[in-house]
Design a protein around this ligand. Structure first.
Ligand code: F0G
Length: 458
C-alpha cells in the first residue's frame, strides 16, 4: 500500500500544451460534423483525449535531447546502432527490422506467413493485427482464457491464452499454423497481463508442434510490472530482467514503439530465423525503407532508444499502473461496470452492462462514447460491435463485449485531469437509462470504426 493517497507523478512539467475549453452545444455541433464518429473530431476540440495511449505520451527531456542527436545518414547511422543496442538490451533477437509503427511490422510478417487456409492464433488479436492476418487470407483465431469473458471477474492474469484450446488447435492443424501470437498486455481483452507461467506453457505447446511463438509486445513493460506485482516468485525482480525472460520464450516479436517505446512514432519486427528475416527485409525495402532506418528518421530511432530505457524504470511503472487503477477503481467504487481488475494502459467501461436498453447492433459503446464527449469533452474509444462486428463477407455479428476504452496517454495528464474524467463518467452513468443507440449510415469494408458515420436513434 502507498503511504499517501495522492499520486505523485515522477516528473515535473517542462513545457505545456493548452487545452481549449468548450460547452455542450459546441461539442454537439462538432459531433454532428464528425458523423458522430469520435475519430473524425479535431483533437483541439477535445478536453481530455483518452482515444488512445498510442503515440500520445509526453517525451522526456532526454528524449528531446535524443532528437537533437539524431543522425539522418541513409545507411548505418549512429542513431540506428543506439536503437539496436536499446532494443537488444531487452529483446535479444538476432534480427531487428525497424518499421514506422506496429502495423507495418504486422503487414510485413503476415505477407510472408499468412495465406488462405492458414490460421494465426492469438490470445486476442488487436484490430490492426486481425485486419492484417485477414488481408493475407489467413484466419485470425482468438484463444483467450475463459476468465477473460466475464468483465467483472477478478483474476490476476486475464490476458492469458487458453493453453488447452491452443493444444487442441495445433493437434488438429499444426501444419496450417505458421506462428502463434501472444499479445502482452492483451489490449482488446481489457489491457490484461499475461503471466510468465502462461507464456512458458504456450511455448511448450508450440515446441511440441514445431510452431514458432511471437509476442505482440506493444505494452511489454506494463505486462512485466504486473508479473512483478502479481506472479508468485516474481516480487522484487527487476522489470528489465522479466522482459528479457519474456523475450527469451519467443522466436520473434512485433512492436509498436508508440506504446512502451514512449515515442510518438515507430516500431519494429524482430525474429530469430535467418531465412524469415531475409524475406521480411526484402519487403521492408519495398515499402518502409533501408534496413537501418525502416520507416523512421534517425531522430525517431534515438527517441525510441531513450524511451526503452525510461519505460522499465520502476518509479515510472509504479506511477503508471497506479494512475490507471486510480481512474478504474473510482468508477468501480461508484458502481460503474468496468473490466476488472484494472489493466495497464486503459480503463474499459462495460457499456453493454451500463446500457442494457441498447441492443449490441445499435452500438451501446458508441452511444456511451458519444455521451462522454458531449457531456465533458472526454474522448474514449468504442471497442465492441462497431470495431469488431463486421465480418469479411460484410455480415454483422455482435462482438463478445461492448466496451468503451478510456486509454491513458503516458506521462501526459495529471491526477486532476483524471478527477475531472471521473466526474464526467459518473454524471453520464447517473442518467444512463436516457441514452439511445445509433445506426451506421456509411462504412468501409475493413476497420470501419475509423471512418464510419452514424445517426442517432434517439
Ligand atoms: N498491437 C496492439 C496490441 C496494439 O494495441 C496496436 C495499436 C498495434 C498492434 C498496432 O500498432 O498503432 O503502431 O500500428 N494500438 C493502438 C491503440 C492504435 O489505440 O490501442 P501501431
Amino acid at each position: 500500500m502507498d503511504e499517501f493517497r495522492a499520486i505523485i507523478e515522477p516528473f515535473r512539467i517542462h513545457s505545456v500544451e493548452p487545452i481549449r475549453m468548450s460547452d455542450r452545444a459546441e461539442r454537439e455541433a462538432h459531433l454532428r460534423e464528425a458523423g458522430l464518429n469520435l475519430f473524425a473530431l479535431h483533437s483541439q476540440d477535445v478536453l481530455v483525449d483518452l482515444l488512445t495511449d498510442s503515440g500520445t505520451g509526453a517525451m522526456s527531456s532526454e528524449q528531446w535531447a535524443g532528437l537533437q542527436r539524431g543522425d539522418e545518414s541513409y545507411a548505418g547511422s549512429p542513431s540506428w546502432f543506439r536503437f539496436l543496442a536499446a532494443v537488444r538490451e531487452l529483446f535479444d533477437f538476432p534480427h531487428v527490422i525497424p518499421t514506422h509503427q506496429g502495423r507495418a511490422a504486422e503487414k510485413i510478417l503476415f505477407t510472408v506467413l499468412g495465406a488462405p487456409g492458414r490460421v494465426i492464433p492469438n490470445n486476442t488479436h488487436f484490430d490492426t493485427t486481425r485486419a492484417n492476418v485477414e488481408f493475407s487470407g489467413a484466419h485470425a483465431a482468438d484463444l483467450p482464457v475463459a476468465e477473460s469473458r466475464t468483465p467483472s471477474l477478478e483474476h490476476p492474469f486475464k490476458g492469458n491464452m487458453d493453453v488447452a484450446a491452443l493444444a487442441t488447435l495445433l493437434e488438429a492443424r499444426a501444419a496450417d499454423v505458421p506462428v502463434v501470437f501472444v499479445t502482452v498486455t492483451n489490449n482488446s481483452g481489457g489491457g490484461q497481463p499475461v503471466s510468465l507461467e502462461n507464456l512458458r506453457a504456450v511455448r511448450a505447446v508450440c515446441d511440441r508442434h514445431g510452431v514458432p511463438l511471437f509476442l505482440d509486445a506493444c505494452r511489454f513493460a506494463e505486462n512485466a510490472w504486473f508479473i512483478r506485482e502479481r506472479e508468485p516468485g516474481q516480487a522484487g525482480r527487476d522489470v528489465a530482467d522479466i522482459v528479457r525472460e519474456m523475450a527469451s520464450l519467443a522466436d520473434g516479436m512485433t512492436m509498436s514503439a508508440k506504446k512502451d517505446g514512449l515515442a510518438n512514432i515507430g516500431g519494429w519486427l524482430a525474429v530469430r530465423d535467418d531465412a524469415l528475416a531475409e524475406q521480411c527485409r526484402n519487403l521492408l525495402i519495398l515499402t518502409e525503407g533501408f534496413p537501418t532506418y525502416g520507416g523512421l528518421a534517425g531522430r525517431d530511432l534515438d527517441a525510441i532508444a531513450q524511451g526503452l530505457r525510461e519505460v522499465v524504470d520502476h518509479d515510472y511503472l509504479h506511477y503508471r499502473i497506479r494512475s490507471t487503477a486510480y481512474l478504474g477503481d473510482a468508477l468501480h467504487a461508484a458502481g460503474v461496470p468496468v473490466i476488472r481488475p484494472i489493466g495497464g494502459h486503459a480503463v474499459y467501461i462495460d457499456a453493454g452492462a451500463l446500457l442494457p436498453q441498447i441492443p449490441a447492433l445499435q452500438y451501446p459503446g458508441q452511444a456511451l462514447a458519444y455521451e462522454l464527449y458531449a457531456t465533458g469533452g472526454v474522448r474514449g474509444c468504442e471497442i465492441g460491435s462497431v470495431m469488431f462486428g463486421r465480418r469479411p463477407d460484410g455480415s454483422e455479428v455482435p462482438a463478445a463485449v461492448e466496451l468503451v476504452r478510456l486509454a491513458i496517454p503516458r506521462r501526459t495528464y495529471t491526477q486532476s485531469h483524471i478527477d475531472y474524467v471521473i466526474e464526467v463518467v459518473l454524471a453520464v452513468a447517473a442518467r444512463a437509462e436516457e441514452l439511445r443507440g445509433l445506426r451506421i449510415v456509411e462504412q468501409a469494408p475493413a476497420l470501419r470504426h475509423f471512418t464510419a458515420r452514424f445517426e442517432s436513434l434517439a
